[in-house]
Design a protein around this ligand. Structure first.
Ligand code: NDP
Length: 261
């Protein structure tokens, strides 16, 4: 019996229990997946062992802390310094990051991408920039301030107001703009100059049509929201939790069904 959870703060909005519990049920596995709100200044390592989880997903604002407390880290976690999946075994913590590969799976229909622009310079931007670069795609990061550019040394970076190049195949909104308000990530004129030349767009936000998403549609881009990324990061985490191979479609379909409840 595996005791699993998603940990974060806030956490009540999380759809992960619905996805994972339905996959556990449909695949006939033994386990239970809950959600748990963590106190922001706790000792994460001690708390994980105290609660007795076998494995967990980690969400904001603990992904960097999750990486720091791990004894073993997968390649992408090591490169970007954040993890969203932890397994606890024999008093050791194993860290993984499935956000980046979840994103790649979600944009599989986007073809022939050579250049991508990521709006925002947070943890998600870092994961997406890394996997895109691994695919040989040129990546530029644009943000409203330069405080986090130090984490993007191997990428082109620019402030919105200094952006000179407006030609990108894919434009990704990795900011929270539009999540709880109706704002765009940047000045509308700047965004329009970018979107008019682009073919594809991706918005990491998954629970609503943001102003960014709507503007992309207006410019006839092929656009996706973050729903499939959410789904696939869950599928890959589930494979790790239960050490499963060759069950990907089954897990995905069960998780999709779980999200419909
Ligand atoms: P971070 O806080 O690490 O970074 C957010 C970035 O967006 C920062 O660079 C920030 O700018 C910028 N930003 C935030 N609000 C605005 C705004 N109103 N206008 C312009 N820029 C803004 O967040 P994460 O990277 O962890 O998460 C970003 C989003 O991705 C969240 O909404 C999260 O829910 C979503 N997400 C979705 C997933 C999925 O599966 N679909 C998976 C993971 C995350 P500054 O540097 O100035 O602070």
């Amino acid at each position: 019996m595996k005791f699993l959870a998603v940990l974060g703060n806030p956490i009540m909005h999380s759809k992960s229990p619905r996805m994972h519990n339905n996959a556990i049920k449909i695949l006939g596995l033994k386990g239970i997946y809950t959600r748990y709100c963590l106190n922001k200044d706790l000792n994460l390592r001690e708390e994980l062992f105290r609660l007795g989880f076998d494995a967990v997903n980690i969400t904001a604002p603990f992904k960097e802390k999750a990486y720091e407390i791990a004894d073993f880290k997968d390649e992408i976690s090591s490169q970007i310094g954040s993890s969203n999946t932890l397994c606890l075994k024999n008093n050791k913590i194993y860290a993984y990051n499935t956000d980046g590969i979840g994103f790649l799976e979600a944009i599989k229909g986007f073809e022939n991408i050579k250049k991508a622009l990521i709006l925002g310079a947070g943890g998600t931007a870092l994961a997406l920039a890394y996997v895109l670069k691994q695919k040989g795609i040129e990546v530029c990061i644009v943000n409203r301030n330069d405080r986090k550019f130090q984490y993007f040394n191997s990428y082109q970076t620019s402030l919105y107001k200094n952006l000179k190049d407006f030609y990108f195949d894919l434009v990704i909104n990795s900011t929270s703009a539009g999540l709880i308000d109706e704002s765009l990530p940047c000045d509308k004129n700047v965004l329009e100059k970018i979107l008019i030349n682009a073919r594809f767009a991706f918005d990491v936000i998954y629970n609503k049509e943001t102003p960014f998403y709507k503007l992309c549609k207006k410019y006839n881009l092929k656009v996706k929201n973050g729903f499939e990324m959410l789904l696939w990061q869950g599928v890959f985490a589930f494979e790790i939790f239960f050490e499963l191979k060759n069950k990907r479609e089954e897990i995905k379909n069960a998780m999709l069904q779980g999200l419909k409840f």
